[in-house]
Ligand binder design. Structure first.
Ligand code: ATP
Ligand code: MG
Length: 282
């Protein structure tokens, strides 16, 4: 990675067992690492995180052909240049490269994509120009094969929230409408805005309380932290939850103002969304 890149390892679960050819797994990590190094010509941080996650049908329906179940998440982030949305949309295409002739073949991520798909997993990327990049790789957990006894599922009780008002701020339209739908199904009254500026306008025009603000962190124009500062000044009783495609580790590198505020990582499941709001409201 070079001397000026710090490598941060943040495993979040004790056991993260997958079944994969170790050589192929190395290829995944190496290709992502080389890309991150190239995106950080003046140094930065390269962050590897793991977690064991239970994905529901809301999540997998958006990521076919994945099936609901337990997955191991490997999140690979860097604090590099980031990408614009056109580039993000094409990164997994074979031969797509923004590098000079001779420097890149454009096969790195196509290879990673192939390995992950073949393993029954899914790869997802989130990036904004200037704010770094996070790749999230989900691979089926092989835990069950090791211990035959099926462990009881952790019970999560989610309260219905009839009439609780949430101000939802998200610049990605698909994400916005999906999140809105999930919240409304659980009784929430949803006020939605596509950016910080419109959220402030909406709030000024709204009579009545806003119980919780659920906002994206990195947005064009007013970012999440700035919006939170404004909302808290006028509505001190409003609870705040951030959501982001970046991981908490990366967000904390960028913005100290996010410290102490719960972060819901995208993409999320129905129960992760509703539990995050429950926790904030309690
Ligand atoms: N971490 C990253 N930060 C910024 N841009 C990235 C990152 N990873 C990939 N990219 C962009 O995606 C493009 C495709 O990446 P990919 O790894 O497939 O090919 P490459 O790195 O250009 O060439 P190769 O990997 O074959 O040497 C890159 O050229 C770059 O524009
Ligand atoms: Mg590459």
């Amino acid at each position: 990675m070079g001397d000026d890149v710090d490598i941060v390892l943040a495993p979040r679960s004790q056991s993260a067992i997958i079944e994969i050819d170790p050589g192929l797994f190395d290829q995944i990590v190496l290709n992502l690492a080389v890309n991150s190094r190239d995106a950080m010509p003046r140094g930065g941080k390269f962050i590897l995180e793991t977690a064991s996650v239970e994905l529901d049908e809301v999540f997998t329906a958006q990521h076919l052909p994945m099936k609901p179940g337990r997955y191991i998440l490997l999140a690979v982030s860097d604090t590099g240049t980031g990408m614009d949305q056109t580039t993000v949309g094409r990164v997994f295409e074979p031969f797509f490269t923004t590098k000079e002739v001779g420097k890149g073949t454009g096969l790195g991520l196509a290879t990673v994509y192939g390995i992950v798909q073949h393993g029954g997993g899914h790869i997802w990327v989130y990036s904004e120009p200037g704010s770094g990049t996070t790749f999230k790789i989900y691979l089926p957990s092989a835990e069950d094969r090791l211990d035959e006894e099926s462990r009881p599922q952790a019970e999560v009780t989610i309260r219905r929230r009839e009439g609780t008002t949430v101000l939802l701020v998200e610049d990605d339209e698909i994400m916005l409408s999906l999140t809105r739908k999930l919240l409304e199904q659980n009784g929430y009254h949803v006020l939605e805005a596509k950016d910080g500026g419109s959220a402030i306008e909406l709030l000024a025009a709204h009579n009545g309380p806003v119980d919780v603000l659920l906002t994206d962190v990195v947005m064009r124009g007013m970012g999440g932290p700035e919006l939170v500062a404004k909302v808290v000044a006028s509505h001190p009783a409003t609870r705040v939850v951030f959501m982001s495609g970046y991981t908490g580790e990366l967000i904390a590198q960028h913005d100290k103002m996010t410290e102490g505020i719960p972060l819901l990582e995208k993409p999320f499941t129905r129960s992760a969304l509703l539990s995050a709001l429950d926790a904030a409201l309690q």
